[in-house]
Design a protein around this ligand. Sequence first.
Ligand code: NAD
Ligand code: ZN
Length: 380
Amino acid sequence: MSSTEGKVICCRAAVAWEAGKPLVIEEVEVAPPQANEVRVKILYTSLCHTDVYFWEAKGQNPLFPRIYGHEAGGIVESVGEGVTDLKAGDHVLPVFTGECKECDHCKSEESNMCDLLRINTDRGVMLSDGESRFSIKGKPIYHFVGTSTFSEYTVTHVGCLAKINPKAPLDKVCVLSCGISTGLGATLNVAKPKKGSTVAVFGLGAVGLAAAEGARMAGASRIIGVDLTSNRFEEAKKFGITEFVNPKDHKKPVQEVIAELTNGGVDRSIECTGNIQSIISAFESVHDGWGVAVLVGLPPKDAVFTTHPMNFLNERTLKGTFFGNYKPRTDIPSVVEKYMNKELELDKFITHQLPFSQINKAFDYMLKGEGIRCIITMEE
Ligand code: NAD
Ligand code: ZN
């Protein structure tokens, strides 16, 4: 039994008091985990676009004060009643979308969209009692997507934690909590390119580069990167991208450029921008007869997808994916193993590192589009 089990822990957390204002490192109280909950000591966290998007709170219901953060690695400090498959000392990755293992989705081999623990960006409290486990002098501070990893300790539902190999370096594998697994799974689990095939990746941010990494791992012979920012291209070569297309360099639609480059279209395309024009292009870039396009990027609220129905009759397939179709508890441990056996390369995604005290700098990097992932060390 740890010395803190069952007690309130006081620790540092980066609190967002207002939309778009720098986070403030505060002393917070973290309550013990209740039934089916786990308290985790976070060692490393990274920053993803979703944190920045909700912190800016331009398009959604603002919920403040709040502790953001959802890509992280940590160690279980204590568990609440009814938690049997985790114990103090286990190494875990928190995941923003959970796996209860009991609902129809969790029981289906085909879905990872758990009914109970599917991402909910509006909820800032725990499921069991509708309360927050974080407070400052008794005033509650809201949770974010069930993870709130910008805190030295956090409390999550047991279904939102993947138990991983304790030998895996948490400062590297923490990036598998969200974006990298999303892109990787979109390719490996959904697009499933065959060895020697041609793949196009639309959007070369963290998610798109992870999709390219998946294509490299699957043995694709050509991986065409499509992005509006040409300075992404050099970096993207490390991720297996063999050719680049910038739609701005061409008068005709990018799908026509790709058809010419590939004798009719790519075998697979993975859309990682969310731009509706790019979504249409990604679909229309796949070869008739067998081509499959997979949508990952999040489109704007009122976006409408249009294409001629003949594109489907000509045997092109369109699919979409959420978190790369990975079930967090069942599948993420084996993704960590792919890194451990050197099949999956993660170090190249990590372009910056900062101590927790400088977390706001990580927001600056992301807002400027600098680098891919910034690892924040909690103990510094
Ligand atoms: P990012 O902003 O880092 O990268 C997007 C890239 O797309 C940029 O390099 C940008 O230059 C490029 N781009 C934008 N519009 C383009 C266009 N019209 N044509 C070509 N390139 C274009 O974003 P990210 O973090 O890599 O995330 C990518 C997308 O994936 C986002 O929409 C995000 O919301 C979404 N996402 C989806 C899931 C899911 O489960 N489906 C999970 C995480 C993220
Ligand atoms: Zn479920």
